[in-house]
Structures are given as structure tokens and as C-alpha cells.
Design a protein around this ligand. Structure first.
Ligand SMILES: O=P(O)(O)O[C@H]1O[C@H](CO)[C@@H](O)[C@H]1O
Length: 492
């Protein structure tokens, strides 16, 4: 009897120690993704992967029913700690001893279940390295956007970053802040001083945040500035990362998913861009009506891979109509004159960079109706749309893209871009502040009017192509670009 009693206490203490150690690893991993636990022995024997998988909360049974950050979705280690403390108490005090047998039975069942999950479900499916990032090893179920072994695509079936990774990013930031940001702001090249508008702010460096890609480009400081602006709680990115830095498009859009997990509903994106529309001048601010995403058209889209259906719209085939939110654009157009900002409008084209465009490419961009060209924004806007975040975006025209006939143009250089950005950004302070403030009165996204849009778009495309063909035999025309139509009647 005594022997059994001691054995029970030892078992309970072992269980409690394991649970506490799990809690310790969980916390370490949160702050330092590179932390290597003692139990991470090899590629196949690793407790960290199990601890960070979706089975680590509520034994994975509540996944899809509860949000992963719901307080009801309790981490297994907490359940373990509670269970083993109660088990020890019952054993020591000898009260309620009738509970010991059912408790032991439940514990054995859970162990068998976890053994099954670890060995038969969480297998290594992809050990490919992609752009410096080791892919995750866990395999997900198709219902939550992941694939079972049998149905996996021939390419790697897992995403570069998982839902849990985004949650870890958000959890890290949440712990550091006391506000609940509803607005996100991204500062483009040379536009970093926009972050000075944020009051009562705290800074979080990108390198501190688990899984957050770090800016490597001059003029992108690489920190979140979180505080208040225009009466709204905001999270501002002082600097972004770009595809040409070597980041995967799922990485460079990770901060948008982080924002989504923090509860951000509105996003203001800014960038520096070269003017393609000849009626623009350096220093102009262009409200983006729509974009042409050359990377996306070439099959580099942040949504490629298993669909992350737990985010916002979570749509597999995402509509991009009105992704530059019409109501927010209307508000921007209304507010701009009041703040002395003469707002241009136009279509932004994303090129991969980092090389600037050739004269022939600029001629092509002009021909297809592009007004400004840059190397960012479109992936962020796509992911914001996927998360159901309403977005408005601006290009600061920092230089005119080189004219086909001209020789090397000094203004088309990154240093000139940064210089012009810091020179003029101050002029937009009042405008951006009031724009952010206007979001207070806005609701959630309207559903895109797909059919109406599609018909009108096709009609306007046909007309545009016709008029371009007539007008652009040899000369580049700046008169038919969408930017010249400053009305909101274009249905973009
Ligand atoms: O788009 P943002 O980040 O503003 O930066 C723009 O300026 C840089 C070129 O000078 C490129 O990175 C281009 O995309």
C-alpha cells in the first residue's frame, strides 16, 4: 500500500515537472525562436515542434471550433499542471480517492491519443530550405487549409509561416502593449517620419518579434511604433521588407497577419514610387486606385500555398475588386484639399526590383496604364484583403521614372528617393492624422460588387485599349492614363 502511495506521488511529480518544463520551453520559444530545448535532439526527435503545434492547445480538439487565441483553448501544459497538482493533492490527502482511477484512465487515453498525433499525424513532410528559412515540419488537415499526406501538392505542402507562428508574433506584441490597435500604417522609403505622428508610443524592434522579417534596406528602420493617432490606437511600421531583399512573399506580408491577429481593421499603406504618368511631378502624392502586380502575374503571390482559412475572409480565391477601399479613397479625396495636399490618383505597378526599370519597361508600363512604379505594397494589400482589413494606399512620387529618350537620371536612385521622402513627408501629417481619425466612423468592408464591376471593367478595358491603340502609335501618351480621370466613377 505504501509502495503504491509513493509510486503515485512520484508519478504525479514527474507529470508536474514535465508540464512545467513544457511551459518553460513554450515561453522561451516565444521570446527567442532560435531557442533550442534539451529535448530537441534531432530532426525527428524534437519537443519544440510538438509544443508549438496546434495540438499543443486543447489537444488540438478545439481547433476550428475556437480561435487559437481564445482563452478557452487552453495550452496542454496548463491542463497538465492542473491535473498533476490535483492528482498529488488527492494522493497526499487521501480525500476523493475514488477519483484516482478515472483520472488515471483519462490520462492514459490522452497519452495514447498524443502518441498517435506525434507519430502518425505530425510527420516530416518537407525539409526543404526556402530563402534561408527552414520550413515547418508539421502537417495539417485539409479542413484548416493544410493537406494530408496523400493529397499533398508536389511542391512543399506547408506554408513558410503557420497560423501558430502569426499567433506567436501577435502574442509577443500584445504582451508589450496596453493599447488595442485598430489601424495599421506602413511607412515607405523616406516616409519613416510619419511614425513620429504616433503619440504615447512604444517601439518594438522587428528583430525582437518571433518570425518577423527584418528590414535590410537603408531608410527602413525596422520597428513597430505603437500608440495613438487621430484618436485611434495604431500600429505603425517604420520600414518594411521587400521581395528583392530575398524574403518570401509570405514573410514580407507577415506583419499584416500579425496586425490582423492584434485586431487591426484599417490599413494605411505608403510607398515611394517612380512617376510613370508624365503629368506627375516629384513630391506629388498619389492615391492608389488599383495595382498591377507583376510578381503576382508571374506566380509570386503571398497566398500561394495552403489557404489560411482562419484569417478574416479566409477566401481561397480572393476577389481583389475594391481592395483599395472605395469609401476610404473617397474620404481621402475629400480631406486632402483641406490640408493643402493635392492628391493625384492612379494605378501602381509592382516590379520585382531591386533594379530600376529600363526605358523599354517604362514605355510598356505607360502604355498599359500604369501611373507609378515601385517594388512593394501589392503583396501587403493582397494579404490585408485576405484578412478582411480595409486598405487605403498612397505613393509618394519621389522621382520621375527615366524617360525613354533620356540618359541616366540622377533622381532615380535610392538616396534621392530617401532625400525627397524626408523633405516632403511632413506636409502630409495633418492629412494622414485626419484620415486615420475618420476610420472611427467606418464599419467593416462592404462586399465587392463583383458583377457590376466586372462588366464595367471589361467595357472600360476595351475602350482604353481602343483609345491607346489609336493614340499611341509611336508617341507615349500621358493623356489616357487612368490618373487623369480623377473621378471615382471608374469602379476600381
Ligand atoms: O516601396 P518602398 O518601400 O516605399 O520603397 C521604394 O523605394 C525603393 C527604391 O528606392 C524600393 O524599395 C521601392 O519599392
Amino acid at each position: 500500500m505504501n509502495y503504491l502511495h509513493t509510486l503515485r506521488i512520484l508519478t504525479a511529480l514527474t507529470g508536474l515537472s514535465v508540464s512545467l518544463y513544457t511551459a518553460y520551453i513554450y515561453r522561451q520559444k516565444l521570446y527567442n525562436p532560435d531557442y533550442k530545448a534539451l529535448c530537441d535532439i534531432s530532426e525527428t526527435i524534437s519537443c519544440s515542434d510538438a509544443i508549438r503545434s496546434r495540438y499543443s492547445k486543447g489537444f488540438g480538439l478545439l481547433d476550428g471550433i475556437l480561435d487559437s487565441d481564445s482563452i478557452l483553448n487552453i495550452p496542454n501544459f496548463i491542463l497538465g499542471i492542473i491535473f498533476f497538482i490535483l492528482y498529488s493533492l488527492v494522493t497526499v490527502t487521501e480525500y476523493f480517492t475514488f477519483l484516482l482511477l478515472p483520472a488515471a484512465t483519462i490520462s492514459v487515453c490522452i497519452s495514447i491519443y498524443l502518441f498517435y498525433i506525434l507519430n502518425l499525424v505530425m510527420k516530416i513532410h518537407c525539409l526543404l530550405m526556402s530563402q534561408g528559412v527552414k520550413r515547418r515540419r508539421s502537417t495539417r488537415l485539409s479542413s484548416s487549409g493544410y493537406y494530408s499526406k496523400r493529397t499533398k501538392p508536389t511542391q512543399c505542402p506547408t506554408n513558410i509561416l503557420s497560423v501558430e507562428n502569426f499567433q506567436e508574433m501577435a502574442d509577443y506584441v500584445k504582451e508589450k502593449i496596453s493599447v488595442k490597435p485598430e489601424v495599421g500604417i506602413i511607412c515607405g522609403s523616406g516616409l519613416g517620419t510619419l511614425s513620429d505622428l504616433v503619440k504615447d508610443s512604444i517601439d518594438i524592434l522587428y528583430e525582437e518579434v518571433p518570425h518577423m522579417p527584418v528590414s535590410t534596406v537603408e531608410g527602413h528602420e525596422g520597428k513597430f511604433v505603437i500608440g495613438s493617432l487621430g484618436g485611434m490606437d495604431v500600429i505603425c511600421m517604420k520600414g518594411r521588407v521587400h521581395h528583392y531583399e530575398g524574403y518570401h512573399s509570405q514573410q514580407l506580408t507577415a506583419p499584416i497577419r500579425l496586425m490582423s491577429r492584434l485586431g487591426v481593421k484599417y490599413l494605411v499603406v505608403t510607398n515611394a514610387a517612380g512617376g510613370v504618368n508624365k503629368s506627375f511631378s516629384p513630391g506629388d502624392l498619389m492615391l492608389i486606385k488599383d495595382h498591377i502586380n507583376f510578381l503576382g502575374l508571374a506566380g509570386i503571390n503571398p497566398l500561394i500555398g495552403p489557404n489560411l482559412s482562419t484569417f478574416g475572409t479566409g477566401e481561397r480565391f480572393l476577389q481583389m475588386v475594391n481592395c483599395y477601399d472605395k469609401e476610404m479613397r473617397e474620404t481621402a479625396l475629400e480631406l486632402a484639399p483641406k490640408h493643402g495636399v493635392s492628391l493625384q490618383q492612379g494605378v501602381y505597378a509592382l516590379i520585382g526590383g531591386p533594379s530600376f526599370e529600363t526605358p523599354a519597361e517604362i514605355k510598356f508600363l505607360n502604355l498599359i496604364g500604369v501611373d507609378a512604379v515601385g517594388m512593394s505594397t501589392a503583396p501587403e494589400v493582397i494579404v490585408a484583403r485576405h484578412c478582411g482589413i480595409r486598405t487605403v494606399a498612397f505613393s509618394l512620387i519621389t522621382n520621375m521614372s527615366v524617360h525613354p529618350d533620356s540618359v541616366h537620371d540622377e533622381s532615380t536612385s535610392h538616396s534621392a528617393v530617401l532625400a525627397l521622402g524626408s523633405e516632403v513627408t511632413g506636409k502630409f501629417s495633418g492629412f494622414i492624422t485626419e484620415l486615420v481619425s475618420s476610420f472611427k466612423s467606418k464599419g467593416m468592408p462592404l462586399q465587392p460588387e463583383a458583377d457590376v464591376f466586372h462588366d464595367t471593367l471589361m467595357e472600360s478595358c476595351n475602350n482604353d485599349v481602343m483609345s491607346k491603340t489609336v493614340n499611341n502609335n509611336t508617341e507615349l501618351s500621358s493623356t489616357t492614363t487612368p490618373a487623369d480621370d480623377n473621378s471615382m466613377q471608374d469602379n476600381h
